[in-house]
Design a protein around this ligand. Structure first.
Ligand code: MN
Length: 441
């Protein structure tokens, strides 16, 4: 930890000192935004209710002026990938500089109304985009509670497969359908089997679900044929986002054997707009999970004495179209914590690259559904309603087994602890639209 994490640190951006803000000066997450239609996206940093425009800061000589040109170029670029490629030392230098620019005692921008108006954009006026071009996206399955719950529904006699505690199970997802919070989600079509033994049919997916997940953004990658050792994971990981891995359970049930999820998962995955740097999360890091005495020991390539988790509280809310029309607050569906996971982000990265599979700056991998022991901590409707047996009731009195058209799923997350400033992640939301009536051209 360093001065950027100091809980006493305050900004001249007054809204950043509000105890409830997601974006105090201790956070400084990176995103990509535009102000007007047709604008070229710019890298921005969230501070209180504002976005600090990195492109503008660099152009005015206020950021990176002592850094190598490639750092300035990366900060002025229309995507985060070049910045991600710079690596941990440069990330730290830029963070220290941003924290200094925004510190309450730093004049400069604070006292220059013209520069302030050019460099700060009210967040409500900024349109957010996916921060980076994601070349590859992988989804893991790292919660023991989720894997056991799902396994017991799909395979009651054999819930947890024999590999599960030996390696972090994952599948290669589709980067092409990653979208940013707020993008609508069209209900997909799919091939399903209406009842065991019946003939398959093709039609709108009926069992549409969300999955509450945490996603990790890769910085410098590895060459083909080279591994990322687990103890070097921190230098390859820039930050953390919230994620909703929208899932079609009826499709999944029919298709998932023998090669795992395919169309059940490839139609949409929502990411929050801000990448929270791991450096901002240091006050909330906890030792990696302890294994039960009768669990298999980690093999060496998955063992790191300094491995870590993050104490990150996550919530899922649902609001129906009717609730939004009538101004009714969303219904809280579950509250989980990322510290409940069995596999760590370092283990997932080390395992993924253990074959020499290359990672590139901007690649994303995600945790899998975050579920804990309690019913209220289960991170998807399949588990939360136990395959529809125990529907939840929304504030408008309607019941949900799975998602209906018009439903909005709202995921949020924050880190809170005595002696540290609260760090938030911003929204990870999406509204379900009806299936396309006709096949679009
Ligand atoms: Mn998932």
């Amino acid at each position: 930890m360093n001065t950027t994490n100091d809980p006493a640190r305050r900004s001249w951006v007054e809204s950043a000192n509000d105890p409830g803000t997601d974006f105090p000066i201790q956070n400084l997450p990176f995103g990509l935004f535009t102000r007007g239609e047709g604008d070229t996206p710019r890298i921005g940093v969230a501070i209180g209710d504002q976005v600090l425009d990195c492109h503008e800061l660099v152009a005015r000589g206020l950021l990176g002026s002592d850094a190598p040109a490639r750092v300035r170029d990366a900060l002025g670029a229309p995507r985060l990938n070049d910045f991600l490629a710079l690596g941990r030392d440069h990330w730290h230098e830029v963070r220290v500089e941003l924290s200094a620019i925004l510190h309450e005692d730093t004049p400069g921008l604070r006292d220059d109304a013209g520069a302030r108006a050019a460099c700060l954009v009210p967040r409500e006026l900024a349109t957010m985009h996916l921060p980076m071009e994601v070349g590859d996206y992988t989804d893991f399955y790292a919660s023991l509670h989720h894997a056991t719950n799902i396994g017991s529904m799909f395979r009651p006699d054999n819930p947890l497969l024999p590999n599960w505690k030996n390696l972090p199970v994952g599948y290669h997802g589709r980067a092409s359908s990653l979208v940013v919070s707020g993008a609508p989600i069209t209900r997909p079509m799919g091939q399903t089997v209406p009842a065991d033994g019946a003939d398959p049919v093709f039609g709108p997916v009926k069992l549409l679900d969300y999955e509450l997940e945490v996603a990790f953004v890769v910085g410098p990658g590895n060459e083909l044929g080279r591994r990322i050792p687990i103890e070097e994971a921190r230098t390859h990981l820039f930050g953390v986002m919230l994620m909703n891995d929208w899932s079609a359970r009826d499709v999944q049930k029919w298709e998932y054997q023998p090669l795992g999820p395919f169309n059940a998962k490839n139609f949409a995955t929502t990411l929050s707009p801000w990448v929270v740097p791991l450096e901002a999360l240091e006050p909330f890091m906890i030792p990696g999970p302890r294994r039960a005495d009768d669990d298999p020991a980690n093999l060496d390539y998955l063992t790191w004495a300094d491995d870590f988790g993050v104490d990150l509280t996550l919530t899922v809310e649902i609001s129906s179209a009717r609730m939004r029309e009538t101004g009714t607050a969303p219904t809280l569906v579950s509250t989980g914590n990322y510290s409940d996971m069995y596999w760590t982000m370092s283990q997932m990265l080390a395992h993924h690259t253990s074959t020499g599979c290359p990672m590139n700056p901007g690649d994303v991998f995600a945790s899998g559904t975050v579920s804990g022991v309690e019913e209220s901590t289960r991170g998807c409707l399949l588990e939360r309603t136990w395959r529809g047996q125990n529907p939840i009731t929304l504030a408008d009195g309607t019941e949900r087994k799975f998602l209906q058209d018009g439903d909005e799923v709202l995921i949020s997350g924050c880190c809170e602890r005595e002696g540290a400033r609260r760090i938030g992640f911003g929204p990870c939301n999406g509204v379900v639209l009806p299936v396309h009536e006709t096949v679009p051209a």
